[in-house]
Design a protein around this ligand. Structure first.
Ligand code: C5P
Length: 228
């Protein structure tokens, strides 16, 4: 069986305000429920683990049930970093039944079920796969205020989620990892470090991560475009 881990235990400091960003409303519904929908609809996913701040867990499942989104869901309390949150969810998965684990940011509500399926299927072949999008800006490497060099945009991609891996590979990648390393911003990085070739799958640039108040404005516009 294939399991999705939705990392939604962040405190959303960059958004400002009191409420973590995954609980802010998008068209009247908390972002995290928009994110759950494509996973509930995806035939490639049989279980969804939502990682939440401990104090947000109470009431989450009943609210998810109320809007018809809790069929496959269970909740796990998160950690201090994203990596710690993912690791905690990973430890609750049964090794005997898990095939692919799809790790996704709780604040990326615009992923499509077919994108999830393409990443899951690619991970079955190569062991690991993630969605990527092209760079539209030119990227500079800097040191302080000084430009060191200009990177070749053609060979660069933005790493999106979901990032999907064979369960045994992801467990191995997380074993011994420093879960508090600030450089550890995605799961693929850990898997690359144990020598697995991770497949990059072209995904949609609409699969944005809602991090700042400007992203929330962009997300409202994307939702209206979708006609929701
Ligand atoms: O901080 P960042 O934007 O990289 O967070 C990406 C995702 O990881 C968010 O959905 C956030 O809720 C989640 N996260 C988590 N546990 C943490 C920190 C972040 O699940 N301790």
């Amino acid at each position: 069986m294939n399991v999705a881990i939705i990392a939604a235990a962040g405190r959303g400091e960059r958004m400002g305000g009191n409420r973590p960003k995954q609980f802010l409303l998008l068209a009247g519904t908390p972002i995290i429920f928009h994110t759950l929908r494509p996973f509930e609809q995806c035939a490639s996913i049989q279980e969804i683990i939502v990682v939440l701040p401990a104090e947000e867990s109470a009431g989450f499942l009943s609210e998810a049930h109320r809007i018809g989104l809790a069929n496959l869901v269970r909740v796990v309390p998160g950690g201090e970093t994203r990596a710690e949150s993912v690791s905690r969810a990973l430890l609750t998965i049964s090794p005997t039944t898990a095939e692919i684990v799809a790790v996704h940011d709780g604040v990326r509500p615009f992923v499509k079920p077919d994108e999830i399926t393409r990443a899951v299927e690619a991970a079955k072949v190569s062991g690991g796969a993630l969605l990527v999008a092209p760079m539209t800006d030119t990227v500079k490497e800097v040191s302080g205020a000084e430009v060191v060099r200009t990177l070749d945009r053609k060979s660069l991609r933005r790493a999106l989620t979901p990032q999907c891996f064979r369960y045994d590979i992801l467990r191995r990648a997380y074993e011994g990892a420093d879960l508090h390393d600030p450089a550890l911003t995605d799961d693929s990085f850990l898997v690359e470090q144990i020598g697995i070739n991770v497949t990059a799958i072209e995904g949609s640039a609409r699969n944005i991560k809602i991090t700042t108040p400007e992203d929330l404005v962009a997300a409202e516009a994307l939702l209206q475009e979708k006609g929701l």
